[in-house]
Ligand binder design. Structure first.
Ligand SMILES: NC(=O)c1ccc[n+]([C@@H]2O[C@H](COP(=O)([O-])OP(=O)(O)OC[C@H]3O[C@@H](n4cnc5c(N)ncnc54)[C@H](OP(=O)(O)O)[C@@H]3O)[C@@H](O)[C@H]2O)c1
Length: 259
């Protein structure tokens, strides 16, 4: 006899930063498929409004610059009031950069730190009162949060920092039943990767396609990952089956790093 299939996760809410494109957009789509209510933040509000329009019951969009503490506090409290609680936070918003340290301006350093490191702290601090036991915080770091790479010292510093933040918070909130993990992607086919390749190929005086091929060939799986693969991994971490995972920095990188 056939029985009704009850969705595994309903009426739970995920709050996603950097939701307008790339990995964040894929995370939005995956959580909507899983039956979550989705609170989305990014600076491109028009893009988010389109998603909200297509999923009016299940999603809501906010303009959000994660480096603006006052805006983070306002948006997080409005999202919690709108949906009732925030079961999962995905701190995904981030910016890249590739500059020799002697050329890094104070402004560039501050911008990168404020988006990649201050942002997750502001969002987490504001969201914690609204995260119930059984909730999760998932921080999108990078394989460059685990290994160094030339000309990326500000980015590496921010992503190593995010892993440290993750590990300390996981211990602080384990007694409250809240898991905190970092996801560390390798090369992912997004606008961030594409714009980096365009800039670097011009610097090196080679074709973009040549550089892209070289970078892909350095990955043991010989490919860049799709944003949807990172979203699937994040979605798994938000399931009850992943309850025992906390304080971890988990790579998803086609074998690029050994751990
Ligand atoms: N692509 C990769 O190969 C790769 C590898 C490892 C880790 N990562 C990490 O994965 C995350 C997503 O990267 P991606 O590749 O998807 O990059 P992306 O395509 O450039 O997208 C970045 C997202 O972050 C948002 N964002 C940027 N600055 C923001 C700010 N100040 N406030 C709020 N949102 C902001 C952007 O939206 P708006 O412009 O609309 O604000 C956009 O939605 C980042 O943390 C990145 O460091 C990426």
């Amino acid at each position: 006899m056939a029985t009704a299939i009850i969705p595994r996760m309903t009426k739970k809410t995920v709050f996603i930063t950097g939701a307008s494109r790339g990995i964040g957009r894929a995370v939005v789509e995956r959580f909507l498929e899983d039956g979550f209510q989705v609170a989305m933040g990014a600076r491109s509000l028009d893009v988010l409004k389109e998603i909200e329009k297509a999923n009016p019951e299940m999603s809501k969009a906010w303009h959000l610059d994660v480096s603006d503490r006052a805006e983070v506090d306002k948006v997080v409290s409005e999202a919690a009031a709108h949906f009732g609680s925030l079961d999962c936070i995905v701190n995904n918003a981030g910016v890249g950069g590739r500059t020799a340290i002697e050329d890094v301006t104070d402004e560039e350093w501050r911008n990168l730190m404020s988006v990649n490191l201050d942002g997750p702290m502001y969002v987490t601090r504001a969201a914690l009162p609204h995260i119930p036991s059984g909730g999760q915080i998932i921080n999108v770091s990078s394989v460059l949060g685990k290994v160094g790479s030339t000309l990326t010292s500000p980015y590496c510093a921010s992503k190593f920092g995010l892993i440290g933040f993750t590990k300390a918070l996981a211990l602080e909130f384990a007694p409250r039943g809240i898991q905190v993990n970092a996801v560390c992607p390798g090369w992912v086919d997004t606008e961030m990767t594409e714009s980096g390749i365009v800039r670097e190929a011009a610097n090196l005086g080679i074709k973009e396609s040549t550089l892209r091929m070289k970078l892909a060939m350095d990955v043991p799986q010989r490919r860049f990952l799709e944003a949807a693969e990172i979203a699937n991994f994040i979605a798994f971490l938000a399931t009850p089956g992943a309850k025992g995972i906390t304080g971890q920095a988990l790579s998803i990188c086609g074998g690029l790093t050994p751990s």
